[in-house]
Structures are given as structure tokens and as C-alpha cells.
Design a binder for this molecule. Sequence first.
Ligand code: ADP
Length: 246
Amino acid sequence: MLSIKKLYSGYNKSEILHGVDIDVNAGEIVVLIGPNGAGKSTALKSIFSLTDIYSGKIIYNDRDITKLKTFELIELGISFVPQGRQLFQNMTVLENLQMGAFMIRDKEVIQKGIEEVFKKFPVLKEKQNQISATLSGGQQQLVAIARALIQNPQLLLLDEPSLGLSPKMMQEVFDKIVEIKNSGVDILIVEQNARQAMCIADRTYVLEGGKIGISGGKDIIDNPKIREIYFGSDLNPEKVKACPIL
Ligand code: ADP
């Protein structure tokens, strides 16, 4: 459904991605990992029309979306949760969710969208009148994800959803992401926390220096290079496969 083909993109004249190919098929969680500065966020931002694209194509549901504007991409069913959550800190949870519905004119549709996300995130229903700044980091991340879901996306782009979270909250956020996938939303995640991300991924790509290196399905965990870099070669393979929070 999403296919990035030989993408060269960056900021002004500074090229960050040098010919990147990434596919997200229907029903998948795809994870993009790699060292700091590799261009992972740039890849997500490129899909969402927030970078300069020099060449290559982005195809979504058989349509070339390379040159579309962000609001057009949202209308086509693509939502983006940026790094650092970007909530309106002084607004309540409900107000933040309403902001997520800014593209929707019909008030009834907005109300229905909010009720839907409250079903998926009961904790946010409970805290709907609380000022967002007073929530835990994990709960704020859930608000950011819920806000993106109000647009009723078919494809969700998540930039570092586990950033700064405690292991317990990280587990909760990753569990939610799997739940969202199971509800029929395809997901592309950028993560520093490679081990955990690979655990929930159907497919993983490693980005290094603006180029895709290793990629693979769930068996990528068996790749000796992946094991050495991300798991430490001394780690018990069975333990790795059980996906504990490490
Ligand atoms: P990653 O997500 O893998 O850590 P990024 O995509 O954030 O990497 O950054 C890749 C490179 O792009 C870095 O060298 C960074 O300094 C540069 N970069 C990121 N955002 C901008 C921007 N808005 N303007 C110019 N350069 C940027």
C-alpha cells in the first residue's frame, strides 16, 4: 500500500536520504531502526511532505503522492505522530483530541471520532478534562497517538513513540500500537529502541547514513549482524525471541 522508491530527500540543499526503498504492506507494522542521525525521522517527514524531495517516488494505494501537500495526505488517510509528541501542554486531553480533528468539519463526526478513541484508550476518557502537561510521559504519548487516530487513518506514521518512557509505559505504548494494527491500521515506526521495536515488527529496515542496509521479516533477529549490534551476541536467542522489555 505504501511504497517508497529510490527516494533522495533532505532539507534545502542538504541531502539526507540517498536512494531509500521502503514498503509497508496492508496489515503490517514496519519498523525503521538505525543510529542517531541516520535519517529515520527524515524518512517519515518525507512521506508527510515535510522535507525537500529531489528524486524518487512515494506511491500510496497505487497513487503517486510524492508531490502532495500534508493536508492532502491526511485526507488520503495518512496520519503522523511527530517525535516529542507535540501536544498543546496547557490544553486538556479533550482539547488536544479536538485539535486532531481540525480537518473534519462535521461536529457529529468529530464527536464520534473522539468516542471511538475513548473506547480504544479508556484511560484518556477518564482523564479527558486533565491538563495535558500533568499526564505521565506515557499517557501524553497515548494522547498524541489518539489525536492522530481521530483522522481515521489507514496508515499511521510514528516517530519514536517510546522516547523517554519508563519500561512499563513503553510496554503499554507498544501494546497499544499492536492493538491499533489489529484494528486495521498499517503502521510505520521509527525507533531508537530497536530491540523492542523489532519485537512488534512484521518487517524491519536498518537505515545507516541515509541508505537502507539490512532488512527482513521477523527472522531478522537471527541475523548475526543484527544480533551483535542490537542484542549483544551473548544474549540467549530464546530470551530475545520472547521479547522482554530490556
Ligand atoms: P534520525 O531520525 O535517524 O536520528 P534525522 O532524520 O533526525 O535522523 O536527521 C538526519 C540528519 O538530518 C541529521 O544530520 C540532522 O542534523 C539533519 N536534519 C534533521 N532535521 C533537519 C532540518 N529541519 N533542517 C536541516 N537538517 C536537518
